[in-house]
Design a protein around this ligand. Sequence first.
Ligand code: ZN
Ligand code: ZN
Length: 405
Amino acid sequence: MNEYARLLVEVGLRVQKGQTLVLDCPVEHAWFARLCAEAAYDLGCREVVVDWHDTAIMRQKFLRAADEVFDEFPAWRTRFLTDYAEAGAASLRIGGSDPEALRGVAPERLARSRRAAEQPLERYRKLYMGNAVPWCIASIPVPAWAKTVFPDCPEGEAMEKLWDAILTSVRVTGDGKAMDRWRAHLDLLEARKNRLNALRFKSLHYTNALGTDLRVELPDDHLWVAGGSQTPRGQFFVPNMPTEEIFTAPVRTGVNGVVCAALPLVENGNIIEGFHFGVQDGKIVEFHAARGEEYLRAAISLDEGASYFGEVALVPYDSTISNMDLLFYDTLFDENARCHLAFGAAYPECIRGGTDMTREELLSHGLNDSIQHSDFMIGTPDLSIVGTTHDGEEVPLFVDGNFAI
Ligand code: ZN
Ligand code: ZN
């Protein structure tokens, strides 16, 4: 556990001497937050500030609080998040919760509370999405989550198995060498990313037996991103641990065809399963889900940009997390097991000079904007992706679910 905590603070964030760390953590993980705080102070952290939350109380709030609460966003909360981000504090978010924590909550309440945060958190979102501050997201198990992943095991055994799976996925074995393994892993992702950037694809064509037949146009000046990102001050950080993906942004209006989900999606404390999207000129014009359709509808209609795409990510079917053959019911892990797309916002770093652009400039370069950003998994063992270059040359990029380049 110490090695995991140290990994997050030292490789995930590289907390600098004199830098503040904001630790966002569920109350049941308090013991782990203490380990992270200790690791941060060992690096010379200025102060560890903890932002506790509790999913059980959040559930009660969504079911029972006064209705007007869902249209409010308190000013102190805006200041808390924005002030620390403006001051360059690092942000560590420890997740891990019941995938169905908000089951039965009115989707409309979830949507209203997200919209209420839009304007107050605009500045914060810009800093965050634009990598002005280093951030890292990781997860640790809770019993309700472990029982969803391993429904046939008693709780104690399910927890142990989920811990094993998480530690394997973040390359922690207890031998003290996780940091070395991460360095090698990040180098590998970097090399593959450079190869993709050199190819400068104009578009990608996805097909598989599930029914996906999708054409995705990429911006002229798009950049593939993998592993880590950098703040303007040069602090390298790894936004997700684990991370196996190499991603970029599509042209907002350049996605056409049908795309089928290969795995369930946990969105806003609810499970959405067996779904597909019909897409025309970038917009989702038709959709259906076998389960959780009302939550899917709420997710893609949060705002105008929520029904357009913001991320195209490549993950080989044959990779560390995928080979565990485990459905995690947590996007942090499932997205790193499969090729995926995201509906909602694009990351500005996905085009050249993007982190210095205004919202309008990003839009004019074809990047989508939204308060939504939700990855959903589309990779299958038979997935084929053919890339077309600017010279019209067709290059098999994925064959049978794996990189062909
Ligand atoms: Zn992703
Ligand atoms: Zn994403």
